[in-house]
Design a binder for this molecule. Sequence first.
Ligand code: PRP
Ligand code: URA
Length: 210
Amino acid sequence: MSDNVFIMDHPLIQHKVSLIRDVNTGVKEFRELVEEIAMLMGYEVTRNLPLKEVEIETPIAIAKTKVISGKKLAIVPILRAGLGMVDGMLKLIPAAKVGHIGLYRDPETLQPVEYYCKLPTDVEERDLIILDPMLATGGSASAAIEFIKQRGAANIKFMCLIAARAGVERLSKDHPDVEIYCAAVDEKLNDHAYIVPGLGDAGDRLFGTK
Ligand code: PRP
Ligand code: URA
């Protein structure tokens, strides 16, 4: 695995990923778990945010202490399943702006089709975290990042719950500058390019559409 890939092995993340893989986990619980995992992963993804020292007056004295500095953040869910990760991330970074990119994977060609893109107007000045629970062939993530780069963004991280090895390889090749954060890397894809064992169709499980 290349060194731009980070697998989040925290026990709480691993436990919750096991629950979302379970076919018996219903829509409500699935949605809650995806939000919780996104928050736990967000904690790790933001670990290296730069800090600066400030002075704060406490009720007792002046404290030299630290606050986050550097560029502002934006999160960009890939519609639709990425929406399930937004609230978890916003609990950690409530001031982040939220862009949206709409892509679906054509079931015949497996190629991503863009149908929506609305990013913050100052996107080129922000650090971006792209959200999508699934990285399967990598086509959707790679295309989303390409569209976003074309709009001027430079510092981009990609955060997913379950990745397939093929998707990680594709994304690392297409965008070697993008760090990939995931909770699990599964070995293979089936004939319909679903991740095996994966968790099924993330959008359908989040929104109850199947
Ligand atoms: C899923 C998933 C990713 C994509 C991954 O979305 O949320 O965006 O597939 O597959 P890939 O790595 O092979 O491109 P889907 O196309 O099912 O759309 P949806 O979120 O609207 O259900
Ligand atoms: N999209 C999903 O939702 N699940 C997969 O396993 C692959 C693509």
